[in-house]
Write a protein of this length. Structure first.
Ligand code: PXL
Length: 278
Protein backbone atom coordinates (compact mmCIF):
# COMPACT_ATOMS: atom_id res chain seq x y z
CA UNK A 1 0.00 0.00 0.00
CA UNK A 2 1.18 3.47 -0.80
CA UNK A 3 2.20 5.44 2.30
CA UNK A 4 0.87 8.88 3.14
CA UNK A 5 2.94 11.70 4.64
CA UNK A 6 1.42 14.89 6.05
CA UNK A 7 3.93 17.68 5.36
CA UNK A 8 3.35 20.75 7.55
CA UNK A 9 5.47 23.55 6.11
CA UNK A 10 5.20 26.85 4.25
CA UNK A 11 4.74 27.52 0.57
CA UNK A 12 7.55 29.85 -0.49
CA UNK A 13 6.48 30.58 -4.05
CA UNK A 14 10.03 31.23 -5.24
CA UNK A 15 13.34 30.08 -3.74
CA UNK A 16 13.09 26.32 -3.55
CA UNK A 17 12.46 25.21 0.05
CA UNK A 18 9.71 23.86 2.31
CA UNK A 19 6.73 22.38 0.44
CA UNK A 20 8.03 23.06 -3.08
CA UNK A 21 10.93 20.76 -2.14
CA UNK A 22 9.05 18.27 0.07
CA UNK A 23 6.40 17.47 -2.55
CA UNK A 24 8.67 16.34 -5.40
CA UNK A 25 11.08 14.50 -3.10
CA UNK A 26 8.40 12.59 -1.19
CA UNK A 27 6.58 11.77 -4.46
CA UNK A 28 9.80 10.52 -6.06
CA UNK A 29 10.27 7.98 -3.28
CA UNK A 30 6.74 6.77 -4.02
CA UNK A 31 4.71 8.15 -1.14
CA UNK A 32 1.67 10.42 -1.18
CA UNK A 33 2.43 13.92 0.15
CA UNK A 34 -0.57 15.64 1.75
CA UNK A 35 0.21 19.28 2.55
CA UNK A 36 -0.81 21.57 5.40
CA UNK A 37 0.62 25.03 4.61
CA UNK A 38 1.77 27.13 7.57
CA UNK A 39 2.25 30.29 5.53
CA UNK A 40 2.27 31.57 1.98
CA UNK A 41 5.28 33.70 1.09
CA UNK A 42 6.57 35.29 -2.10
CA UNK A 43 10.04 33.91 -1.29
CA UNK A 44 11.85 32.49 1.73
CA UNK A 45 12.88 34.96 4.42
CA UNK A 46 16.65 34.54 4.21
CA UNK A 47 18.63 37.28 2.47
CA UNK A 48 18.85 37.45 -1.27
CA UNK A 49 15.32 38.33 -2.31
CA UNK A 50 14.86 41.61 -0.39
CA UNK A 51 11.44 42.37 1.08
CA UNK A 52 9.14 39.38 0.88
CA UNK A 53 5.40 39.21 1.51
CA UNK A 54 4.12 36.63 3.97
CA UNK A 55 0.62 35.46 4.88
CA UNK A 56 0.21 33.57 8.14
CA UNK A 57 -2.11 30.59 7.50
CA UNK A 58 -2.80 29.47 11.08
CA UNK A 59 -6.56 30.05 10.80
CA UNK A 60 -6.77 28.27 7.45
CA UNK A 61 -4.62 25.40 8.77
CA UNK A 62 -7.05 24.80 11.60
CA UNK A 63 -10.01 24.58 9.22
CA UNK A 64 -8.13 22.32 6.81
CA UNK A 65 -6.92 20.01 9.60
CA UNK A 66 -10.44 19.89 11.09
CA UNK A 67 -11.64 18.57 7.75
CA UNK A 68 -8.83 15.95 7.70
CA UNK A 69 -9.91 14.88 11.20
CA UNK A 70 -13.53 14.53 10.14
CA UNK A 71 -12.39 12.28 7.31
CA UNK A 72 -10.48 10.12 9.79
CA UNK A 73 -7.55 9.95 7.37
CA UNK A 74 -4.54 8.01 8.65
CA UNK A 75 -1.02 9.37 8.11
CA UNK A 76 2.00 7.07 8.06
CA UNK A 77 4.21 10.05 8.82
CA UNK A 78 3.85 13.65 9.92
CA UNK A 79 6.74 15.90 8.97
CA UNK A 80 6.89 19.53 10.14
CA UNK A 81 9.22 22.33 9.04
CA UNK A 82 8.89 26.12 8.98
CA UNK A 83 6.45 27.35 11.62
CA UNK A 84 5.59 31.05 11.70
CA UNK A 85 4.71 31.68 15.35
CA UNK A 86 4.84 30.12 18.83
CA UNK A 87 1.03 29.80 18.76
CA UNK A 88 1.22 27.90 15.50
CA UNK A 89 3.84 25.55 16.98
CA UNK A 90 1.55 24.91 19.96
CA UNK A 91 -1.31 24.16 17.58
CA UNK A 92 0.87 21.72 15.59
CA UNK A 93 1.88 20.04 18.87
CA UNK A 94 -1.80 19.42 19.66
CA UNK A 95 -2.51 18.32 16.10
CA UNK A 96 0.32 15.78 16.11
CA UNK A 97 -1.04 14.36 19.36
CA UNK A 98 -4.47 14.01 17.74
CA UNK A 99 -3.43 12.66 14.32
CA UNK A 100 -0.50 10.38 15.16
CA UNK A 101 -1.03 6.82 16.30
CA UNK A 102 1.68 4.50 17.69
CA UNK A 103 2.89 3.63 14.20
CA UNK A 104 3.00 7.18 12.80
CA UNK A 105 6.53 8.42 12.17
CA UNK A 106 6.81 11.99 13.48
CA UNK A 107 9.68 14.05 12.06
CA UNK A 108 10.25 17.58 13.34
CA UNK A 109 12.72 19.75 11.46
CA UNK A 110 13.17 22.55 14.02
CA UNK A 111 13.56 25.35 11.45
CA UNK A 112 14.88 28.36 13.38
CA UNK A 113 18.06 29.68 11.79
CA UNK A 114 21.31 29.10 9.95
CA UNK A 115 24.91 30.29 9.94
CA UNK A 116 24.72 31.16 13.64
CA UNK A 117 21.65 33.39 13.36
CA UNK A 118 17.88 33.14 13.89
CA UNK A 119 15.79 33.64 10.76
CA UNK A 120 13.96 36.96 10.43
CA UNK A 121 10.83 37.24 12.56
CA UNK A 122 11.87 34.59 15.10
CA UNK A 123 12.58 35.23 18.81
CA UNK A 124 13.13 33.30 22.05
CA UNK A 125 9.41 32.39 22.25
CA UNK A 126 9.67 30.53 18.92
CA UNK A 127 12.56 28.49 20.29
CA UNK A 128 10.60 27.54 23.42
CA UNK A 129 7.58 26.42 21.36
CA UNK A 130 9.72 24.38 18.94
CA UNK A 131 11.44 22.67 21.88
CA UNK A 132 8.03 21.43 23.05
CA UNK A 133 7.26 20.14 19.57
CA UNK A 134 10.57 18.22 19.55
CA UNK A 135 9.31 16.20 22.52
CA UNK A 136 6.67 14.45 20.35
CA UNK A 137 9.10 13.66 17.52
CA UNK A 138 10.59 10.31 16.56
CA UNK A 139 13.27 12.17 14.62
CA UNK A 140 14.56 15.74 14.84
CA UNK A 141 16.88 17.23 12.22
CA UNK A 142 18.43 20.51 13.44
CA UNK A 143 21.38 22.10 11.68
CA UNK A 144 24.22 23.20 13.98
CA UNK A 145 22.73 26.69 14.49
CA UNK A 146 19.37 25.18 15.46
CA UNK A 147 21.01 22.62 17.75
CA UNK A 148 22.74 25.51 19.55
CA UNK A 149 19.55 27.57 19.80
CA UNK A 150 17.60 24.60 21.18
CA UNK A 151 20.20 23.72 23.81
CA UNK A 152 21.76 27.08 24.68
CA UNK A 153 25.18 25.60 23.86
CA UNK A 154 27.04 28.30 21.99
CA UNK A 155 28.50 27.83 18.52
CA UNK A 156 29.11 29.94 15.43
CA UNK A 157 26.68 27.65 13.59
CA UNK A 158 29.47 26.13 11.50
CA UNK A 159 32.31 24.77 13.65
CA UNK A 160 32.23 22.39 16.61
CA UNK A 161 34.75 20.00 18.16
CA UNK A 162 34.07 16.26 18.37
CA UNK A 163 33.55 16.56 22.15
CA UNK A 164 31.27 19.53 21.56
CA UNK A 165 29.13 17.41 19.22
CA UNK A 166 28.71 14.72 21.91
CA UNK A 167 27.73 17.40 24.38
CA UNK A 168 25.15 18.81 21.93
CA UNK A 169 23.68 15.35 21.23
CA UNK A 170 23.37 14.67 24.96
CA UNK A 171 21.64 18.01 25.51
CA UNK A 172 19.24 17.41 22.59
CA UNK A 173 18.41 13.95 23.93
CA UNK A 174 16.60 15.65 26.82
CA UNK A 175 14.28 17.30 24.24
CA UNK A 176 13.77 14.33 21.88
CA UNK A 177 14.11 10.84 23.29
CA UNK A 178 14.22 8.99 19.97
CA UNK A 179 16.52 9.95 17.07
CA UNK A 180 18.58 13.10 16.60
CA UNK A 181 20.34 14.18 13.41
CA UNK A 182 22.52 17.31 13.46
CA UNK A 183 23.55 18.46 10.00
CA UNK A 184 26.33 20.66 8.65
CA UNK A 185 29.02 20.48 11.34
CA UNK A 186 32.59 21.40 10.37
CA UNK A 187 34.65 19.37 12.87
CA UNK A 188 37.69 19.25 10.58
CA UNK A 189 38.44 21.99 8.07
CA UNK A 190 37.09 21.22 4.62
CA UNK A 191 34.74 18.45 5.79
CA UNK A 192 31.11 18.48 6.86
CA UNK A 193 29.76 15.99 9.37
CA UNK A 194 26.23 14.83 10.09
CA UNK A 195 25.94 13.50 13.65
CA UNK A 196 23.26 10.95 14.51
CA UNK A 197 22.15 9.70 17.91
CA UNK A 198 19.75 6.86 18.53
CA UNK A 199 18.77 7.84 22.06
CA UNK A 200 16.95 4.60 22.91
CA UNK A 201 19.91 2.45 21.86
CA UNK A 202 22.51 4.86 23.23
CA UNK A 203 24.35 4.81 19.88
CA UNK A 204 26.04 7.64 18.04
CA UNK A 205 27.30 7.70 14.45
CA UNK A 206 29.05 10.36 12.39
CA UNK A 207 28.90 10.68 8.60
CA UNK A 208 31.58 12.90 7.13
CA UNK A 209 31.89 14.12 3.55
CA UNK A 210 34.08 16.72 1.82
CA UNK A 211 32.66 20.25 2.11
CA UNK A 212 31.53 21.31 -1.32
CA UNK A 213 30.96 25.05 -1.19
CA UNK A 214 29.37 27.82 0.82
CA UNK A 215 25.85 27.20 2.02
CA UNK A 216 23.02 26.87 -0.49
CA UNK A 217 19.63 27.89 0.81
CA UNK A 218 17.09 25.08 1.27
CA UNK A 219 19.66 22.29 1.75
CA UNK A 220 18.18 21.41 5.14
CA UNK A 221 14.70 21.03 3.66
CA UNK A 222 16.01 18.80 0.87
CA UNK A 223 17.80 16.60 3.43
CA UNK A 224 14.88 16.36 5.91
CA UNK A 225 12.36 15.59 3.14
CA UNK A 226 14.59 12.87 1.69
CA UNK A 227 15.31 11.37 5.12
CA UNK A 228 11.61 11.26 6.04
CA UNK A 229 10.63 9.67 2.74
CA UNK A 230 13.50 7.15 2.65
CA UNK A 231 13.10 6.06 6.27
CA UNK A 232 9.36 5.58 5.75
CA UNK A 233 10.25 3.47 2.72
CA UNK A 234 11.55 0.78 5.07
CA UNK A 235 15.30 1.33 4.88
CA UNK A 236 17.23 1.27 8.16
CA UNK A 237 17.63 4.69 9.74
CA UNK A 238 21.40 4.75 9.17
CA UNK A 239 20.98 3.89 5.49
CA UNK A 240 18.24 6.49 5.12
CA UNK A 241 20.54 9.14 6.62
CA UNK A 242 23.38 8.24 4.25
CA UNK A 243 21.14 8.12 1.18
CA UNK A 244 19.50 11.44 2.08
CA UNK A 245 22.92 12.95 2.65
CA UNK A 246 24.34 11.78 -0.64
CA UNK A 247 21.24 12.89 -2.54
CA UNK A 248 21.50 16.34 -0.93
CA UNK A 249 25.24 16.57 -1.59
CA UNK A 250 24.84 15.67 -5.29
CA UNK A 251 22.31 18.47 -5.58
CA UNK A 252 24.52 20.93 -3.69
CA UNK A 253 27.48 20.05 -5.93
CA UNK A 254 25.33 20.82 -8.94
CA UNK A 255 24.24 24.10 -7.35
CA UNK A 256 27.82 25.12 -6.57
CA UNK A 257 28.34 25.64 -10.29
CA UNK A 258 25.27 27.84 -10.51
CA UNK A 259 25.79 31.39 -9.11
CA UNK A 260 22.03 31.90 -8.69
CA UNK A 261 21.53 28.95 -6.39
CA UNK A 262 22.77 30.58 -3.16
CA UNK A 263 19.25 32.06 -2.79
CA UNK A 264 17.26 30.32 -5.53
CA UNK A 265 17.90 27.01 -3.80
CA UNK A 266 19.36 23.57 -4.36
CA UNK A 267 19.31 22.06 -7.86
CA UNK A 268 17.92 18.73 -6.71
CA UNK A 269 15.55 18.02 -9.61
CA UNK A 270 17.80 15.99 -11.87
CA UNK A 271 18.79 13.69 -8.97
CA UNK A 272 15.21 12.71 -8.05
CA UNK A 273 15.18 9.61 -10.23
CA UNK A 274 18.20 8.19 -8.36
CA UNK A 275 17.06 9.16 -4.85
CA UNK A 276 16.61 5.57 -3.63
CA UNK A 277 20.14 4.65 -4.72
CA UNK A 278 21.06 1.20 -5.93
O1 PXL B 1 14.65 26.54 4.49
C1 PXL B 1 14.09 26.94 5.66
C2 PXL B 1 13.04 27.98 5.42
C3 PXL B 1 11.75 27.58 5.15
N1 PXL B 1 10.76 28.46 4.91
C4 PXL B 1 11.01 29.78 4.92
C5 PXL B 1 12.29 30.25 5.20
C6 PXL B 1 13.32 29.33 5.46
C7 PXL B 1 14.66 29.80 5.76
O2 PXL B 1 15.02 30.91 5.56
O3 PXL B 1 12.51 31.56 5.21
C8 PXL B 1 9.91 30.73 4.63
Amino acid sequence: MQKRILAINDISCMGKCSLTVALPIISSVGHECVILPTALLSTHTAQGFGDFVSFNMTDQMKQIADHFERLDTRFDAIYSGYIVSPDQADYIYELVNKLADNDTLVVVDPVLGDNGRLYRGFAEKNITAIKRLCSVADVITPNLTEASLLTGIESDGVHMTREGVDHLLDALSTLCKKKIVITGIEINDGELTTAVMDVERGETALYTRPKISGSVHGSGDVFASALTALYLDGTSFDTAVEKALDFTLSAIADSAEDDDSRWYGVNFEKYLSGIKGI
